[in-house]
Design a protein around this ligand. Structure first.
Ligand SMILES: *Cc1c(COP(=O)(O)O)cnc(C)c1O
Length: 490
């Protein structure tokens, strides 16, 4: 066997992978855990002393790994807020892996890094002054945005937290009780502490209450705390609720506090005219995040953080001059070769130096469909959540638990004469059987104490039949669990 790695013949080798993926997305294979004993043995074992060579590696990928992959790309999958990517951004990711392994230097991939950020910002309805940087996901995007907020807050009291760390007044961040937990984690990583995040109560539609925020901020100010950010969520992870951005932004502004909008999932929901007005107030944001790997179905690993002014990110995250980087490039007015410049210094705007050219994935999907095509599927996905909710409202043994704003529906099975106490257990059992016995895989949440079956529709392989089939399967399994119906077909 050859001892040097194969570096070419992509059409031959990657062509085999592509063919295996075409088979994979037919979903005719059994679930990964059915044959786990076999593939664990094939894929595990001790460190190989000798290589098997490229052909054997490709064969193991096509024959063992791919058929035992995740169900996330499956048409009936509607769990969490995640989905399998479509072809254009997947092809773009593959293309950049070889043709532009890093996002830097003055090449076409680097150029579309910024083009795609500008397009994405416009698609999301951001003000033209909002400038972005790609990071690996919403978790890091929130970290970066809150790093900017920390810089802003402490600079206002004469401290440079990026350079010297925080000292003096204790920080506080405001987010609703439905905010994503990466807000707390970001506060921890930024040295503010997870306990600096104060949870603002929500209204009966899971939205942050501006009156409660105003009250908490006033009290904390008297107590001498330093407000770092108000974090609003545009599309909560649990139910898709959109916090009242205009009211919250006004309060943040009136206190001189950074206003962050976490739109990791929901920001592009504004493309649906039915809910566009819920995003009013977005223009007040100092920072906004959105995950193309959610509703745009890019391969997982791409989120954008936008801020009013990227120089604050440089103050928060700059690494300082490194001779191996800056010393290798020339002044902007002397750039004649792709290696003459690093391009826009994205590495100083966040926490990664080496990073893939992720922008091309976003560029590819926007180029493929245009704003109109993207609007079309967002409206369609929001329709699906309304369709499930209407079906739950119409069925005597189903109950809708939310009125969807975006593409998340929350509902449960509720037979007559069932005590409210048993409903959570019953629905947990129904969800588990649904996932195990059918091709449908929504996930769960809790809405005001009630366990909810929670499909989130962002899956481009999902069809109407998958959506209706899921609702029918919940009824069928629910009836069986309650002794009301015939044994379920599988
Ligand atoms: C998904 C999500 C996140 C986290 O994003 P990742 O890409 O999973 O790291 C943050 N905030 C909200 C509102 C989300 O829905």
């Amino acid at each position: 066997m050859s001892r040097t790695p194969e570096t070419g013949a992509f059409a031959h080798h990657v062509g085999k992978i592509a063919a295996a993926l075409d088979r994979f997305v037919e979903f005719e294979h059994p679930d990964a855990l059915v044959n786990a004993d076999v593939w664990r043995k094939q894929l595990g074992g001790p460190l190989p002393p000798d290589g098997v060579g490229i052909d054997a590696v490709i064969a193991e990928l096509t024959d063992v790994l791919i058929p035992n992959g995740a169900r996330i790309s499956q048409p009936g999958f509607s769990g969490f807020i995640t989905t399998g990517p479509t072809t254009a951004p997947t092809a773009a990711a593959l293309a950049s892996a070889i043709a532009a392994p890093q996002r830097y230097t003055m090449n076409a991939f680097n150029f579309v890094e910024e083009t795609s950020l500008v397009w994405l910002a416009e698609l999301a309805g951001l003000e033209p002054h909002m400038k972005g940087v790609y990071v690996s996901g919403g978790s890091v995007a929130n970290l970066v945005a809150l790093g900017a907020a920390r810089q802003h807050a402490y600079e206002s009291v004469g401290i440079d937290p990026g350079a010297n760390g925080i000292s003096g007044r204790s920080p506080v961040i405001y987010a609703s009780s439905e905010a994503h937990h990466t807000i707390q984690r970001s506060a921890g990583v930024l040295g503010l502490g997870r306990s600096a995040v104060r949870l603002v109560p929500i209204d009966d539609r899971q939205r942050m209450r501006p009156d409660a925020l105003e009250e908490m901020m006033a009290a904390d100010r008297v107590a001498g705390l330093l407000p770092v950010a108000v974090v609003a969520t545009a599309g909560t992870t649990n139910t898709g609720a959109i916090d009242p951005l205009a009211a919250l932004g006004d309060i943040a502004r009136s206190h001189g506090v950074w206003f962050h909008v976490d739109g990791a999932y929901g920001l592009l929901g504004r493309l649906d005219g039915r809910v566009a007005d819920r995003f009013a107030g977005l223009e007040l944001a100092d920072s906004v995040i959105v995950d193309p790997h959610k509703w745009l179905a890019a391969p997982v690993g791409v989120a954008a953080a936008f801020v009013r002014d990227r120089t604050i990110l440089q103050r928060a995250f700059a690494q300082g001059r490194a001779e191996y980087l800056e010393g290798s490039f020339v002044a902007d007015d002397d750039v004649h070769n792709s290696m003459d410049s690093m391009g826009i210094p994205y590495d100083d705007f966040a926490v990664e130096l080496s990073a893939p050219a992720r922008g091309v994935q976003v560029w590819a999907i926007i180029r493929e469909l245009g704003a109109a095509g993207i609007r079309e599927f967002i409206v369609h996905d929001n329709d699906l959540a309304r369709r499930v909710t209407a079906a739950a409202e119409a069925h005597p043994r189903l109950e809708a638990l939310t009125e969807p704003e975006l593409s998340i529906a929350c509902f449960r099975y509720r037979p007559p004469n069932q005590s409210p106490d048993g409903l959570n257990d019953l629905n947990e059992r129904i969800l588990r059987r649904l996932v195990r016995e059918t091709a449908f895989a929504p996930s769960a949440t809790v809405v005001a104490g009630s366990f909810a079956i929670r499909p989130c529709f962002i899956n481009r392989r999902n069809t109407l039949a998958d959506v209706d089939g899921m609702v029918e399967a919940v009824v069928r399994i629910g009836d069986d669990e309650s002794g009301l119906g015939a044994a379920p077909a599988t």
